[in-house]
Design a protein around this ligand. Sequence first.
Ligand SMILES: [Mg+2]
Length: 448
Amino acid sequence: MIFLKRVRYNRLYCNHYIDCIISMAQLSDRQIVHMDLDCFFVSVSRLLHPELNNKPVIVGGGERGVVAACSYETRRYGVHSAMPIRQAKRLCPEAVIIRGDYDAYSSHSDMVNEIISEKVPLYERSSIDEFYIDFTGMDRFFGSYKFATELRQCIIRETGLPISFGMSANKTVSKVATDEVKPNNQMKVDSGEEKFFLAPLSVRKIPMVGEKTYTLLRSMGVEKVKTVQEMPVELMENVLGENGVSIWKKSNGIDPSPVEPYHEQKSMSTEETFEQDTIDVQRMKHILIAMTEKLCFRLRSERKLTACVAVKIRYSNFDTHTMQCRIPYTSCDHTLIKYVKELFEKLFHRRLLIRLIGVKFSHLIGGGHQINLFEDSEEIINLYQAMDKMRLRYGEDKIQRAAALSFSLRGFNPFNGLSKSPVGKQTRDTLLLADGDVKTSAPDNTEI
Ligand SMILES: [Mg+2]
C-alpha cells in the first residue's frame, strides 16, 4: 500500500515536473508585459479635479456603500477596495470621499486602449485599467523592454495618467512584477529568474490566492512563495485540489496562458417569440423579469456593467418598436428590472397582440468587483454574490425571482423540481462584438 502510494506520488510529481520543464523550455522566450494604471479611478478624478492632488481620496458610493478605489495616501491607514465606506472613514477620517464618474473612467480607459492598439499587434484588455501585451518576436527589430518603456511614456504623456508595468516570460510573473513596482514605475524579470523573484514575496501576491486561500495556507505555516516552491505539488493538490496545482505552478513561475486578443463586446440581448401571440401584460412583464435576471447573471459572470437598457416588442402584424434609456452603470437585477418594466409600459400602448419581446443591454464595460458603482452596499454585494455562487454551483435555474418563476425561460421550477416547457417557441440570445461579429444562440433564419 505504501509502495503504491509512493508510486502514485512519484508519477504525479514527475508528470507535473516534466510538464513544467516542457512549458518553461517552450515559453521562456516569450516577452509578456502587464500594464496597470495606478489608482485608476483616483487618477482620473484628480485629472478632472486637480484640487484633489496630494489629498487622501476615496471613490465610492454613499454612507452604506463600499470603497471602489482609494489613493495611496489612504492605503497607509489600511483602507482598501471593497471595504465599507464607514470603516474606511474611521481608519482615515481626513479622506475626501467622492462619487465616481464611470463615463469619465470609461473614456479614459478607451484612450489608453487606443494608444496600445495603434502600437502593438497583440494585446488583451483584462479590465478597465489593466492590459497584457505580447511583445514576443519584436526583440529582433527593437528591444522589447525599450519598446514597452516608450509605450508607457507615450500613455503618460498623452493621457496624463500614471501607469506601471512588469515584463517577463509570462502573465503571472509580469502581473506580480507590476504590483511590486507600483506606483508609476516599471521592471523586468529576466527569463530563468522567475522563481528567485517570487521566492521572498508573500504567497498572497500570487494572483489566484484570495483571502480564504491565504488564511488556509497561513494555517499550514505557509507565508512566503518560497515555501510553496519547496512543497511537493501533491500536498498542494490534497489541500486545495486543482487550484492547489495552479498555485504551485504559478509560485514556481510557470504560466503558459496566452495573451487573448481583445474583442470589445458591445451588447448582450435575449428575445422570445411566443408560441401564440398574446396580450397578457402581466405574463409579458414576468417574462421580461426572467430575461433581465438571466442577462444580469451573465453580466456579473463576465464582470461587466451596463449603462444602457432597451426593450423591444413586435406586434402580431410584425410592427417592431424599441425603446432604450441611459442609466448609471450597474449589473443589479433589481435596478435593471425597474427600467425594463418602465420601458415596456411606455412602449406597449396599442393593445394589439404581441408576437415577440426582448431585452438588450449595451454600453458594456468591465466592472471588476463592482455591481453598481454608486449604489453598492455590503448587503447588496453579499446577496448577489451568494445568489451567483448558488447558480454557478447548482445551475442557473436553481434560484430566481418569484415573479419570474411561473414563466421561467429556463424551464425549471426549483420549488417543485418539475421541468416546464419553455415560454415561447424560440429564444434567441445575442452577443454583439465591436468588430461587427455577432454570436447568437439561434440560427440566423429567425425573424428579427
Ligand atoms: Mg490599476
